[in-house]
Design a protein around this ligand. Sequence first.
Ligand SMILES: *Cc1c(COP(=O)(O)O)cnc(C)c1O
Length: 457
Amino acid sequence: MSSKEIPYKIYLTESEMPESWYNVRSAMKTKPAPLLNPGTHEPMKAEELAPVFCEELIAQELDNDTEYFPIPEEVRNFYKMYRPSPLVRAYCLEEALDTPAHIYYKFEGNNTSGSHKLNSAIAQAYYAKKQGLKGVTTETGAGQWGTALSMACGYLGLDCKVYMVKVSYEQKPFRREVMRTYGANVTPSPSETTAIGRKILADHPGTTGSLGCAISEAVEVATSTEGYRYVLGSVLNQVLLHQSIIGLETEAALKKYDIVPDMIIGCAGGGSNLGGLIAPFMRDKIQGKLDARIIAVEPASCPSFTRGVYAYDFCDTGMVCPLAKMYPLGSDFIPSANHAGGLRYHGMSSTLSQLYDDGLMEAVAVEQTAVFEAAERFARVEGILPAPESSHAIKVAIDEALKCKETGEAKNIVFGLTGTGYFDLVAYQKFHDGEMNDYIPTDDELKAYAAKLPKVD
Ligand SMILES: *Cc1c(COP(=O)(O)O)cnc(C)c1O
């Protein structure tokens, strides 16, 4: 244990901010499975991805070997507006729980987008601009990614077209206005503006949309509009690479006080914040230098790791994107309309899926009312109003801290507090009004989705 007094917030200076991103794939003995062409089932080549993605991002996507990618100076300068982010020692939460555990959280909510997503948005917008593109298209679920990308595009002067999952578009009108403030064009998905949107609307009238469906629309627009490419805010290797800034800063902050983590906990939607947070720690774990538990937390209503199968699936509902090997629930999986806690995507990062399959990572599924209880408990003592997504990690961090109370162990628990919940107050309202319930899909439902997974051998 550290002999130095640990402050409430461990800050790094600007000059201590990492100068490169770290590629965790370079440390993996079994590399993540490649993206496959949906027609031929052969690994996607860079030239096949070029109509969809920016060139430099494709290079990052396909590179399993390079350890460090220098962060371009323009991106570093943008980072300096809101980074390095603090690593907070949750003294108040520890006291409230009366636990001997030491709890730390890396807070990524200190920017207008309210989440870690800006870390990859600025990188992706930068490479699009560098390639001379006019703009980018994307999907957004709860709206954090769309907001982050709008900010990045507004800063660099790129056009930004966002397809927003309809249920969120309706529940979160303020998110939409933030995006428009930064100059983005926001369309509720499914929409009449694309062929795939019209088909989905015809097949499922009244659908509230899904990320998979919004992805199909955004990809269609990118590939059919001159000077545009598609960008994605999670799941992809390149996004995990950019998010490694979270883990590298966490590692540097812990080292300042000689703190060795016993547990690293993060929520997992598509896996980008968790992949970024754990990157350097996973390297040390693979190399036998660190013996820490690494825990992914997901919603019980969208249980990819805990109840999905390790298989190839489409990344989108329209089945136009490459196939990715992950722990999917099926590309047409749509969580219960009652689900309010985010993390709705049907699939999971291929990198994290391989690490999970290798037994290097654990996963826990939690029910949403318990997540909001944890969120409230945290908010009342630590002050920050957490995003529901982040609160999945809070829930498990609290559970683990309470276990330490039983055993009397002073474990070091580190978790990712990915963002703030100011735009999630409809969900908080449902919780406070007792209108939130815990819908957990049945085995039969999940089996029916899994039966529709593409056959790849
Ligand atoms: C998007 C988001 C997540 C989940 O996405 P990952 O790619 O799994 O990190 C978690 N927390 C917040 C606040 C988000 O905006």
